[in-house]
Ligand binder design. Sequence first.
Ligand SMILES: O=C(CO)COP(=O)(O)O
Length: 143
Amino acid sequence: MNIALIAHDKKKDDLVGFAVAYKNIFEKHTLYATGTTGLRIIEATGLEVTRFQSGPFGGDQEIGARIANNLMDAVFFFRDPLTAQPHEPDVTALVRLCDVYSVPLASNMGTAEILVKGIERGDLDWRNIVKKETGDEHGSDEA
Ligand SMILES: O=C(CO)COP(=O)(O)O
């Protein structure tokens, strides 16, 4: 699975802790992240993560483009609901694209716990069927 990891500043500690806790699951997948989040996760876990631009500089849009091209299978996006973001339109667009393409999105720790366990169980294997049907199988090592 191709998995995106993103967190706003006040949620970064939560996502980093989450990545540490579930490193054994995440290491079986292909990971992507916005710039600062990715750096924090790499430093804390040693996991291999492809980093895009920082969110306010286009990182959310880069991940959105991958969703639109059927190259992202799950998104963990720990948003900060209490702080205004300068790139709020990008945040909204990313969430919207998850809904357009039915890509599972965990926007908080509660949903993230369920999603990561579902990934481990193979609950998202239907994504591979979608990719096979559309010919979009590139981008992931995981079958
Ligand atoms: O702003 C973000 C998501 O909207 C995250 O970007 P960073 O990971 O670079 O902080």
